[in-house]
Ligand binder design. Structure first.
Ligand SMILES: *[C@@H]1O[C@H](CO)[C@@H](O)[C@H](O)[C@H]1NC(C)=O
Ligand SMILES: *[C@@H]1O[C@H](CO)[C@@H](O)[C@H](O)[C@H]1NC(C)=O
Ligand SMILES: *[C@@H]1O[C@H](CO)[C@@H](O)[C@H](O)[C@H]1NC(C)=O
Ligand SMILES: *[C@@H]1O[C@H](CO)[C@@H](O)[C@H](O)[C@H]1NC(C)=O
Ligand SMILES: *[C@@H]1O[C@H](CO)[C@@H](O)[C@H](O)[C@H]1NC(C)=O
Ligand SMILES: *[C@@H]1O[C@H](CO)[C@@H](O)[C@H](O)[C@H]1NC(C)=O
Length: 373
């Protein structure tokens, strides 16, 4: 803990000079094409739940941590998985989101790093609505964010193609970004937000087209609020990592997991529950939590460091690229996921069980002993 504090103070001092610098100036205004690098790698850092806008000190520390991890690990891309801003901390000014957006995107100007965002449940609680936030973000030359196509709910639903190399036009991987909204799911306001059925349909149409047109695509999905299968996973399958709180998932299952499974999505990554960083496989699809990044709001668990999830996508000749991921911690160390095991405790509250809305869980496998982490 002392080491951790020393680290924070050091970082704060180092970073005062570079923090919030907006040196975006004139990097190419046309969007960079995303592609695997010369080593055949494409590394994505997932910044989860940054929660800017609570205090200047917390924002400074969050920017420092982002800069530190980017400088140390050289990602090719940053995926911001929602709740970049604590909208509930709104000071009633009409520039609140814009100011905080400048802060949380400053590392990408500083490091000339491509990134994109999806919206969480707190981003639109201040002075900008979902459409306005996406419009704002798309003005950043490093942003690859996009808005939902007409017909879909407002917000952040889009995909990005990662090409084979700097010159090839062959897509090898696709990053999907799905908006999970706030507190409503299919007209049910007694639920956490979800990827609505109309979004699932859009996703199925688009991914089917891509899979028909191109072979061996690696598909990865990002969404802020976990889907109900995160509870199923914890209670019934082998998991790695920590569950420090109940899963804040929607009480209605809109079929996104089924769509992922049927269309060869390798993994999905969420944020939202700051004390959870577990993951595991259900029927070939890996469901994963990020690691809480920001200094605003609560979490991660007291014995955990802030950090980020780090995804290595690697080309394998003509076959589907592989995915490996781990956690980057705020002291600069990397934490591997380790062996997945059945857990003795259960998530009995997730997905609105307290509201009496949850669908029955599958039966659990018999467990012999508690697994200590
Ligand atoms: C960026 O480009 C714009 C328009 O081309 C120009 O007005 C501005 O001075 C440039 N900024 C910098 C920092 O070079
Ligand atoms: C913002 O305005 C609301 C409604 O007038 C008020 O209740 C709240 O205290 C104000 N917040 C701040 C931080 O001034
Ligand atoms: C930013 O990165 C792109 C490639 O990703 C490169 O073309 C460009 O020259 C870089 N700009 C600077 C100022 O380094
Ligand atoms: C978002 O705000 C803009 C500007 O006030 C408004 O035109 C638009 O209708 C709003 N969108 C939604 C979905 O409320
Ligand atoms: C944004 O998405 C639309 C389709 O919804 C697509 O036509 C457009 O090319 C995308 N823009 C970028 C910059 O990816
Ligand atoms: C990119 O891939 C194509 C097709 O495999 C290959 O012909 C080309 O030499 C590669 N270019 C670079 C820069 O690696």
């Amino acid at each position: 803990m002392r080491r951790y504090l020393q680290f924070i103070v050091l970082l704060a001092i180092i970073s005062f000079s570079q923090c919030f610098q907006n040196i975006d100036s004139n990097f190419s205004s046309s969007k960079k094409r995303l592609h695997f690098d010369e080593k055949g790698e494409f590394k994505v850092i997932q910044f989860a739940d940054l929660h800017f806008g609570e205090t200047d000190l917390k924002d400074l520390l969050s920017v420092s941590l982002m800069n530190y991890l980017i400088e140390k690990y050289h990602p090719n891309f940053a995926a911001l998985s929602g709740d970049m801003v604590s909208g509930y901390a709104w000071d009633n000014t009409t520039t609140f989101y814009q100011r905080n957006w400048k802060k949380y995107t400053s590392p990408f100007g500083l490091h000339n790093l491509s990134y994109s965002i999806i919206l969480g449940n707190h981003d639109d609680q201040a002075n900008l609505n979902r459409t306005q936030i996406m419009d704002l973000d798309m003005t950043n030359p490093h942003s690859h964010s996009n808005k939902s196509v007409p017909g879909l709910p407002d917000g952040s639903n889009y995909y990005l193609i990662i090409y084979e190399n700097a010159t090839s036009n062959v897509p090898k991987a696709v990053l999907w970004f799905l908006d999970t909204h706030d507190h409503e799911c299919e007209d049910n306001t007694n639920s956490w937000g979800c990827i609505s059925r109309i979004q699932v349909e859009w996703f199925e149409n688009e991914i089917t087209k891509l899979n028909k047109q191109y072979e061996n695509l690696l598909h990865i999905a990002f969404y802020h609020i976990p889907i109900p299968e995160y509870v199923t996973l914890y209670n019934n399958y082998k998991v790695y990592g920590t569950r420090g709180e109940s899963v804040g998932c929607p009480s209605i299952n809109t079929g996104f997991f089924k769509a992922m499974k049927e269309n060869n999505v390798r993994a999905g990554f969420c944020g939202h529950d700051h004390n959870n960083d577990y993951g595991g496989f259900i029927e070939g699809v890996e469901l994963v939590y990020g690691r809480k990044t920001g200094f605003g709001s609560y979490g991660p668990q007291e014995d955990k460091m802030r950090g980020a999830r780090f995804l290595h996508l690697t080309l394998q000749g003509n076959s589907t690229p592989t995915l490996y991921h781990e956690i980057l911690q705020s002291d600069g160390t990397r934490k591997q996921n380790g062996e997945a095991t059945y857990r003795y405790d259960k998530d009995e509250e997730g997905c609105g069980v307290t509201l009496g809305l949850q669908q029955p869980l599958d039966t659990y496998p018999k467990l012999k002993k508690r697994v200590e982490l």
